[in-house]
Design a protein around this ligand. Sequence first.
Ligand SMILES: *Cc1c(COP(=O)(O)O)cnc(C)c1O
Length: 371
Amino acid sequence: MIDHDPWLLTPGPLTTSRTVKEAMLHDFGSRDQRFIDINKQVRSRLVDIIDGASSHVCVPLQGSGTFVVEAMLSNFVPRDGKILILINGAYGERMRTICGYHQRATETIEWPEDQPVDPKSVAARLSADPDISHVAIVHCETTTGILNPIAEVGEVVAKAGRSYLIDSMSAFGALALSAQKISFDALVASSNKCLEGAPGMGFCLARKGALEATQGNSDSLCFDLYQQWKGLEANGQWRFTPPTHCILAFHQALNEFDEEGGVAGRGGRYRANCELLVTGMRKLGFETLLPDELQAPIIVTFKMPADANFDFQSFYDGLSARGYVIYPGKLTVAESFRMGCIGRLYAEQMQGALDAVKTVMKEMGVASGQP
Ligand SMILES: *Cc1c(COP(=O)(O)O)cnc(C)c1O
């Protein structure tokens, strides 16, 4: 039996440090000045990560990442607006579903899951349809781990004079994104992906003027980002019970993010994790779904081996028994599974996962690339 929590090589929830977990050993009242100060710091540090202090503000929201994606779409797209959603995986698809619930006029362009969003088709669609007011994109489509060209698409959207909305959930904090270089009205991410806090809250980084213009757009009380922001600006408090422990953990996670060297340091560790994983898995005979140039250092999709002895459930269980949790694929283009590089994981855990893969393959009687 393993004597520690499993290492989570998944798209989330993710492994957090002991110190992040320990930061939650406090009960703060929502009006406690110390807690109010921590909130203020967390919000301004998140804006600093995108170099956005002069242009953008941070609105936190209770819930998992999808809650704040839903809040962004339903607040920024007015009821008479029309959104173009760029889809190459499940999270883009989920944005379409959200817009359906909120009855926003929706257009989509779709690509196969192993192909990135293509800025040229976006440009063509925008010039063909002047009614499109907003464009939404997923930064790293966690379905496969593919990196979408958010900067190039951002230029196309800006040139066409439309509003740009980004789901950067699984990339934020690991891949550089500057509000000075990419023009966007709103971006969303959460506490528990590359920032390695506890799950439980998301946040929207919004261009101040664009957020002000959303007043009255929301068709939900809880998801009203404008009101959430106004409340926080007025007295530093959340409108409804804040996820206090989650925020304390997030504050500590941001300290650790800074100590690691911010985006460069965090992204660097994930890139090293990803390289170790991909190189090791290829040596064991596995193939990645994506060519290296399309792969973000976040999560890697491997094709299911063709060997008849390979059984995914046994593979999963064997790794799990050794303390490594992986994730099934959810692709239409190929049978696959995923292994994540993010969260509090280092070379030691990645190597441990590779060793476990090798052992489990042997147990199943699957020929691996190594003798
Ligand atoms: C994780 C993730 C989300 C949010 O998922 P939740 O399960 O609601 O936290 C949204 N978009 C992307 C791209 C993600 O990776």
